[in-house]
Structure formats: C-alpha cells, structure tokens
Design a binder for this molecule. Structure first.
Ligand code: ADP
Length: 586
C-alpha cells in the first residue's frame, strides 16, 4: 500500500506538481484546524465560567479567526481540487495518446497488455486525480483523528491510549480489506473486460442485428449473466468479510463511548473535570466518529483504484518503436529477406522464408487462400510488426525502425478492417493527410478518384454530412461506399507506395474491376501492394506472389503464371468457372 501511495504521488507530481501541493497543504491545514478549534472552545468556556474577560476575548477572537480561516480554506481546497483534475486532464491525457501512437503494435495482440489498455482506456486521468485526493483525505482524516484523540489524554491516560488503539485497529482493518479489494480487482480484470466487450456488442447495431438474425441473443444474455453473477459474488464475499471486522470495531467503540460518558459525568459531578473539557470532549466525539467512518470508507474503497496506478505505470513503461531512422531517398526499394514470422505470444510460424523486392513504381499483388499470410506480409511491410527471423528493409534500413514521419511518407494503406468515424465525409477523407484536412479541393479530387464524389453530391450537406445516422442529418454508408471512402482517404497521402489489403471485398466484380483500372491510372509512377481474393484484379499488377500456408509458392506476371501449371492457374480456373456459372444462371 505504501508503495502504491508513493507511485500515485510520483505520477501526480510528474503532471501537476503545483496543484497537487496546493491541494495537500490546504487539506492538512484544514485538518489541523479541528483540534485547534476544540481547544479554543474549551478555553472560551473555562474563561467564561472563571469570569476572566481579557483571556476570554483573546480565545474568542482566535476562535473567530480560525473559524473564518477554515471556511476560507475549505473554499480554496475545492478550487485546488478542480485545478488538479483539470491540470491532469490537460497534461496526462495527451501523454496517453502520444504513447498509444509510439508503443509497439504487438501490445494490442497480447491478453495481459490488452487488460492494461482496457484500464487505461477508461478515463484513467480523473480516476487518478480522485485517487490522489482520497490519499490526501485519508492522511488529513488520520491527522484530525489522532490530534483530537490527544485531547482525551486530559481525561485520563487510559482513555487516550485506548482511543488511539481503537483508531489503529480501524485503520488496519481498512488496509487489510483494501489489499483484498486490490487482489480481487486484479483477478477480476479479464472477466470485466469480457463483460464490457459484451456491453459494447449489445449497443452496436451490427452485432445486435446479427444476434437477432441468428436468434443468439439468449446465449449472449447467459454469458453476460454468468459473468456479472460471478463478479458480484466475489465482491459481496469480500464486502461481507470487511463488514464483520467493522462490526467488531464498532462494538468496541460503543463500549469505549459508554465508558467515556460515565467517566465524564462522574468527573463533572465530582468537580474533577472542568466544564470546558466536559463540553469539548462531548462535542468532539461526533466529529471523531464521523472522521473514523469516513476514513474506513476511503481506506476500504481505495483498493479498486490501485490497479489503475499499476496499469498506468506499466502502460507508460511499454516499449516504444525506435523511431531513429529517417528516409530521404526519392526512389525507395523495399526488400523482404528470408522473413519468417509468428505473432507475439504464439508458437506457430504464419510466414516462412519470404523473400521478394518491391521497387518504386512497381506493383505487386499477393494472392492465396484465406489465412495464407497475405495481410501479415502487408503488416510487416509497413513496420507494424518486426519479423521473427530475417529482415524487411527500405534502402537498407529496417522498416520497423523508421520514424512515423518517414513511414507516413512511404506508405498509404487501406486495410480490411478500416474505420469510418462519426465525423463529416470530408474529415473522414482528410484524416489521410491531416495537414490538408481543410483543403476541400484535394478532398474532392480524392473522392473523385475513389468514384465516390457523385454519391457525396447527393448527400444533404455534401462533404459536410456527418457519417452517423444517429446524428440529425447524418447518413450511414453501405459496405462498398465505406470502402471507397477508405480508398479516398488513402489517395490524400502522396506516399511512395499504396498498400491495399482487400479494400474492395464489399464491391461487386464490375465496380471492383473499374476501381482497379482507375487505380492503376491514378497511381502511375507509384509502387503498390494489392491483396485481393479476386484474381482478375491481381492481373493489373507487374508481378504476382502466390502465397500458400505462409510460403511463396509461385512468382511471376499474370501471363507467366497462367502459362505454367500451379496454384495460380488452378485458382484462376475455379474463379472463372464460378463467374461463368453465376453469369449463366443470371
Ligand atoms: P490472409 O490475409 O492471407 O487471410 P492473415 O495474414 O490474416 O491471412 O493470417 C495468417 C495467419 O496468421 C492465420 O492463421 C491467422 O489466424 C494468423 N493471425 C492473424 N492475425 C493474428 C494475430 N493478431 N495473432 C495471432 N495470429 C494471427
């Protein structure tokens, strides 16, 4: 716990040192005001009873000043609290986004690191600020409790000591249950991740549509129910355990209170306890028990946020891409040399001994069955992963070591799982080159090249129409239109190579063939890697790599491959007969 507190304070100090200090100082001063006010009340009562006017005026003035100071401090503590959260949001959130940009892509494939990212993606900054405030509040409460407890030593040594002991037990229970919560929350994370994933599925129209169609909603509901039940059971179990300890403590506190009351009344009746002390101790007791229950509450609930600190620390320590290399050459050449690859955390090689060259201005098509490794080659090509064996270089430099800037100049990519965002059409396209996001002429030209401009003209607000049907005046695109949009986005970037990984799967063969024809005109002079399951589209490439089970089994131009026996000719014949049959049926 001490380690966690240290880590939290360190992290806060990195992002908002001044605001964190202001919040802490104001909280501590407020905490010290409580015993001071109690002592001054005692003195005021005693001096009134003893008729010593000057002393009374002195204590009363001090009491007034400190009361006003407390109100003032309370106000400034609240402003410091807001300032702290704002400062963290302003400074820490951009750091998280920057880190996501430079951390190794392979972290997204690993279950353990995916859990960390799940935590970090859930508004961690505000939770971090809250955690720091909770820590400071606990320290301030402990100061209040122990300084007020000192007043009870005036009654008797035994009262003072037993009170302090009870408080220590209380804090110890808080720490133990806190640890339990911490352990529970770490263990529960994979379940929570699944639960939030199911929540997401149930709020997305595509998946709900799928569940309805397949009548599978009952099955999903069951998974959700089982997960939620098992989480609830574990949490209730720990809460009950903590509750038992609290009850024992509350019982001991009640016994202590009864003894206090009896002792105070007896002391007052015998004249051993002054009226001031009598009133102060009676008056302080409710404050003391309120502070005590607040402290228990904060200590026992803090555990669920410790994991956040660990997650943030691990997240910031993730390896970053070494962006040391930059590319200045105007005619880059990419070389795959004896590349074998397995995905991080897996044993199976999905690519074996892949070697080929891609020069500036050259177009290569990758063809092969599903799962043969085509997309993996594209991911290695643009440096998202490092090869397990062999190298992928551009003019002798490792692709994965290139700076993001150089990679952006080198590649413009459309992947199978491209995204459309709930933004305007123009923004969706402009994101392909953020420097030109306001350049409507350039966006228009990209839309025209992708054969989407005519459709955009029919939209209520043209290029300014939002791509979200939930937005007033917004629209949803069809699968084929979304793919054209993604291609238009790729056209925005004047990169050396286009990487198109099945970007036309949702289009009909005629539309696809038109798009590839115009593509070969548009990319004139640029290099490209095309992945398409329709072999007729691959024919526009200068050379074709036929991939089977992670290996290159054939290499050549369309006519070369068609003139020799092999997988390409077999696949081409199968596809042609399929189109011929479906054409005849139509
Ligand atoms: P293709 O593009 O030819 O359909 P892929 O390159 O997508 O094939 O996949 C090749 C193999 O790698 C498949 O067996 C697939 O299951 C596996 N694979 C793809 N992505 C991952 C990943 N992130 N983690 C582990 N295995 C993966």
């Amino acid at each position: 716990m001490v380690q966690n507190i240290k880590q939290c304070v360190q992290m806060i100090r990195t992002f908002a040192p001044r605001e964190a200090l202001q919040y802490a100082v104001r909280s501590m001063l407020l905490a010290l005001a409580t015993p001071l006010l109690a002592v001054l009340i005692e003195r005021c009562i005693n001096t009134v009873v003893g008729m010593s006017r000057t002393e009374f005026l002195l204590y009363f003035s001090l009491l007034t000043v400190i009361s006003f100071a407390s109100v003032w401090l309370e106000h400034f503590k609240r402003t410091a609290s807001v300032a702290l959260t704002e400062c963290l949001v302003e400074k820490c959130t951009p750091k998280i986004i920057d880190k996501l940009n430079v951390m190794r892509y392979s972290y997204f494939d690993n279950a353990a690191t995916a859990d960390i990212m799940e935590r970090v993606s859930r508004n961690p900054v505000e939770a971090l600020a809250q955690l720091y405030k909770t820590i400071i509040t606990c320290i301030a409460l402990a100061i209040r409790i122990f300084s007020v407890a000192l007043l009870y030593f005036q009654l008797s040594f035994a009262f003072g000591v037993t009170l302090i002991l009870l408080m220590v037990v209380e804090i110890a229970i808080g720490i133990v249950s806190n640890k339990e919560f911490n352990r529970l929350f770490s263990a529960e994370l994979p379940k929570e991740r699944k639960l939030s994933y199911i929540g997401e599925l149930l709020s997305q129209k595509e998946s709900v549509f799928d569940f309805k169609l397949n009548q599978s909603i009952g099955y999903i509901k069951n998974i959700q129910k089982n997960l939620a039940n098992s989480l609830l059971k574990e949490r209730v179990g720990i809460n009950l355990k903590a509750e038992r300890y609290y009850l024992i403590n509350v019982f001991m506190m009640l016994v202590w209170t009864a003894a206090l009351l009896i002792s105070l009344i007896k002391g007052r009746l015998s004249g051993g306890v002054e009226l001031g002390l009598f009133c102060t101790l009676l008056g302080s007791y409710p404050i003391l028990s309120e502070c005590q229950s607040e402290l228990s509450y904060y200590l026992s609930t803090m555990g669920k946020d410790w994991f956040l600190i660990e997650a943030l620390q691990k997240f910031f320590a993730f390896d970053e891409i070494e962006e040391t290399e930059s590319l200045t050459e105007t005619l880059p050449e990419i070389v795959f040399s004896h590349v074998s690859f397995r995905y991080p955390g897996t044993e199976k090689f999905v690519l074996r001994d892949i070697s080929f060259k891609l020069s500036a201005g050259q177009t290569i098509a990758l063809v092969g069955a599903n799962g043969s490794g085509k997309s993996t080659i594209v991911k290695l090509l643009c440096g998202l992963y490092e090869p397990t064996e062999g190298t992928v270089t551009v003019n002798g430099k490792d692709v994965h070591k290139l700076s993001l800037h150089s990679r952006n100049k080198l590649f413009s990519a459309v992947f199978q799982d491209f995204q459309t965002y709930s933004m305007s059409v123009n923004e969706n396209v402009g994101l392909g080159n953020v420097q030109s996001i306001s350049d409507t002429n350039r966006i228009r030209s990209a839309l025209e090249k992708a054969r989407l401009a005519d459709f955009v003209d029919t939209l209520p607000n043209g290029g300014d129409t939002n791509l979200d049907h939930l937005d007033a005046g917004g629209v949803s695109l069809s699968g084929g239109q979304s793919q054209r949009l993604a291609i238009a986005r790729a056209y925005m970037n004047d990169a050396h190579f286009f990487l198109l990984d099945e970007p036309t799967s949702a289009m009909d063969p005629v539309a696809e063939s038109h798009l590839y024809q115009s593509f070969s005109d548009i990319i004139h002079g640029k290099g490209a890697v095309l992945v398409s399951h329709r072999l007729a589209s691959a024919a526009i490439a200068d050379s074709i790599l036929v991939i089977d089970k992670g290996e290159i089994v054939q290499y050549g131009t369309h006519s070369e491959l068609m003139s020799s026996e092999g997988l390409y000719k077999e696949m081409y014949a199968k596809q042609s007969s399929w189109y011929a049959e479906s054409g005849a049926q139509e």
